[in-house]
Design a protein around this ligand. Structure first.
Ligand SMILES: Nc1ncnc2c1ncn2[C@@H]1O[C@H](COP(=O)(O)OP(=O)(O)OP(=O)(O)O)[C@@H](O)[C@H]1O
Ligand SMILES: [Mg+2]
Length: 222
């Protein structure tokens, strides 16, 4: 007996249609984003054109994006844009959406010997292998030799594995130089060292977020 005709025309609402699966992935990724995002940033969306462009690149091919470094003074919206970038990636419905967001001081606390149950090497591997990492407030403290080495190992691993990494910092990447060629103030390069500066120069999209402290503005507006 001849098999009857089969209906192979899927609509975007049918399982089997690429749009359907794409939507399913985006829904799961967004739920994951929301549960891992601190309350204050759950409304965050990326509005800075450079941030959205980076996030779209990361969503299309995470190996292409490189690092995103957001610099600026206190309260200019760096963390907001960083979580917004992660949301943009989630909305794109990537095949795998997994991220770790940590502040640098928290990270050093866990990496320190005795700072976590599973130990320094385990923590470092966890951070260095997650598909997306947000390192918030890097450079707020002067690094000891030990923390500088841990930061180097982590960022170098992301660099080697072409993993996307978002860094926010209050420091400029490079401070202006004085007449003697010395930096006029602290900068990321001085804090992290030239080995990392060289990798950032190659792999990073560095954006400066200017403006007043939004927290004071929010306060006076309420
Ligand atoms: N585009 C935005 N729309 C609405 N609220 C925003 C926006 N950007 C930032 N905010 C709010 O402004 C406040 C400061 O933003 P955020 O914490 O991102 O600043 P920051 O640059 O990371 O500050 P810091 O340098 O102190 O870490 C927060 O309450 C945040 O929710
Ligand atoms: Mg912040």
């Amino acid at each position: 007996m001849e098999p009857g005709p089969t209906d192979t025309t899927f609509t975007p609402d049918d399982p089997g249609h690429p749009d359907y699966h794409h939507r399913q992935r985006a829904t799961v990724a967004l739920a994951r984003w929301e549960s891992a995002t601190p309350c204050r940033y759950r409304q965050a969306t990326a509005t800075h054109p450079g941030v959205t462009a980076w996030a779209q690149r990361a969503a299309a091919d995470s190996r292409d994006a490189g690092f995103l470094v957001l610099t600026g003074t206190i309260g200019t919206g760096k963390t907001h844009q960083a979580y917004g970038a992660l949301r943009t990636i989630a909305e794109a419905g990537p095949p795998r959406f997994e991220f770790i967001a940590t502040t640098a001081p928290d990270m050093y606390g866990r990496l320190r010997p005795g700072g976590s149950d599973k130990g320094t090497e385990y923590e470092l591997r966890r951070l260095a292998t997650v598909p997306l990492l947000l390192l918030d407030n890097l450079g707020t403290e002067k690094l000891s030799e030990w923390t500088e080495e841990a930061t180097y190992r982590l960022i170098n691993e992301c660099y080697n594995q072409c993993l996307p990494l978002i860094v926010t910092t209050n420091l400029p990447v490079r401070a202006p130089l004085d007449d003697h060629g010395r930096p006029t103030g602290p900068d990321l390069v001085g804090r992290l060292g030239e080995r990392l500066a060289s990798r950032l120069a190659e792999a990073a999209t560095a954006l400066i977020l200017n403006g007043p402290d939004r927290r004071r503005h929010l306060r006076s507006a309420s």
